[in-house]
Design a protein around this ligand. Structure first.
Ligand code: ATP
Ligand code: MG
Length: 420
């Protein structure tokens, strides 16, 4: 151990476990790549104002969890706590919305930072794969994203997840509801913090997990009863498309989500094996966000799925992913000449696309075979002076233990045939 440890609330991804994270990222992005989403990458930090305006000054993410700092040059920046604001900023900056091909569909994958109280499934550095469909108001787009997330989770073998769905209304009906809710909440027995929240962000109070708060919320006005006809019809269409696609969801009238920018469809993916950090992903429609950050009106929808919690969900369901072998062939040279020859064979194998590794460091037969075993290779190629003199290498099947000589000149072809 060195003098240093990973900072509080962070952890390192280390082989072999790290392979699972890569596989999860791949599994989440595969349905997106297959559905017209292009890859976008943005910086790990942005001007802090992008988030305070885009995510919302009153949200926990901005007011409590953001890593904001000033550079030596005096720029006020923040490590990105989420992806949507950055992706929209980048799309606007590149004028993607003006190319006459809306919606602009983008996916991303990366690290996000929130100063939270660390616990299982809640870290200060975590990773998300996300998708945004920018510039179209179409219930089929909301449905598409939910269906693709469902497909991603299922492709990983996950079954114990649920999709929660709600509509938050739009700029017509939400303010009316907000007033009604505030009127109701002001009459409750709540602590000062929550009272302040009533004035800034009353919908968030519905999200309060404390039982003493939840008890008082019985009988609160529900947004469902305030939705305007356009929002109702939109929501109904999303629901019908999901049902037609065979994707099960639950209506959750209390689902509000922690970001200010959501309108209409909001959804969350929860996993029942994760305890209190049960949200594995979330998203929704954010029709007003573009204007909030100085862009034109661009109705959009997106989601972000948490990679860390998806891995925990796999563990909770006891799912072992079938990961491709990292090494198919392991070379064990005995002696100087064999070292050069087998290094050449390994190079050739790799160029032919075969995952191959080599015993480095001049190990003896026993140590080298141990490495071959550990590598998980299907075959070992072993060669000593006598083999080379005969123009062969020994090909050892690591499963059966059988060993047979193959001509050195044919080694690559022979190995590829056996692996095929
Ligand atoms: P929570 O309610 O658990 O705080 P959230 O609503 O803040 O989640 P989002 O902002 O919607 O989460 O982010 C989408 C996903 O990213 C979450 O569903 C979760 O899987 C993951 N995520 C968010 N914050 C963290 C964190 N601190 N550590 C690990 N994963 C996280
Ligand atoms: Mg959170």
């Amino acid at each position: 151990m060195s003098t240093f440890q990973a900072p509080k609330g962070t952890y390192d991804l280390i082989p072999p476990a790290s392979a699972k994270y890569l596989a999860v990222r791949d599994a989440i992005s595969a349905p997106l790549k297959n559905s017209g989403y292009g890859y976008i990458e943005t910086p790990g930090f942005e001007n802090v104002e992008l988030f305070s305006r885009g995510v919302g000054e009153s949200t926990d993410i901005v007011s409590k969890e953001m890593y904001a700092f000033e550079t030596k040059g005096g720029d006020k920046l923040a490590l990105r706590p989420e992806g949507t604001a950055s992706v929209l900023r980048a799309a606007l900056e590149a004028n993607l919305h003006k190319a006459g091909n809306l919606p602009v569909k983008l996916w991303y994958s990366g690290s996000y930072y929130r100063y939270e109280r660390p616990q299982k499934g809640r870290y200060r550095h975590f990773s998300q794969v996300g998708a945004e469909a920018i510039g179209a108001e179409d219930p089929a787009l909301d449905a598409e994203l939910i269906i693709l997330a469902d497909q991603a989770y299922r492709s990983l073998g996950l079954r114990q997840f649920r999709i929660l769905l709600n509509s938050l209304g739009d700029k017509e009906c939400r303010p009316v509801y907000r007033d009604a809710l505030q009127g109701f909440l002001r009459g409750l027995e709540l602590d000062d913090d929550t009272r302040r929240r009533i004035e800034i962000n009353p919908l968030r109070v519905l999200d309060d997990k404390r039982p003493e708060v939840q008890k008082q919320l019985v009988g609160a006005p529900m947004l469902r009863d305030y939705l305007c006809d356009a929002c109702k019809a939109y929501h109904e269409e999303v629901r019908e498309l999901l049902t037609a696609a065979g994707v099960a969801y639950e209506d959750d009238e209390k689902l509000v989500r922690g970001l200010d920018y959501y309108t209409r469809s909001t959804f969350e993916f929860v996993h029942d094996g994760l305890g209190s950090q049960s949200a594995v992903g979330g998203g929704g429609r954010y029709d007003g966000l573009s204007e909030m950050i100085g862009g034109p009106a661009l109705p959009s929808v997106g989601w972000a799925l948490g990679v860390d919690r998806t891995v925990l969900a796999l563990e909770a369901e006891g799912i072992e992913l079938e990961l491709p072998a990292t090494t198919s062939v392991f070379a064990v040279p005995l002696g100087e000449e064999a070292r050069r020859v087998l290094f050449g064979v390994v190079t050739e194998l790799r160029r032919a696309g075969v995952a191959a590794d080599f015993s480095y460091g001049g190990k003896g037969l026993k140590g080298a075979m141990k490495s071959a075993n550990r590598s998980g290779a299907r075959y070992a190629i072993v060669a000593g002076e006598r083999d080379l003199a005969e123009g062969v290498v020994q090909l050892k099947d690591m499963e059966s233990g059988d060993q047979s000589p193959v001509a050195l000149a044919d080694a690559v072809t022979a190995i590829r045939e056996r692996l095929a």
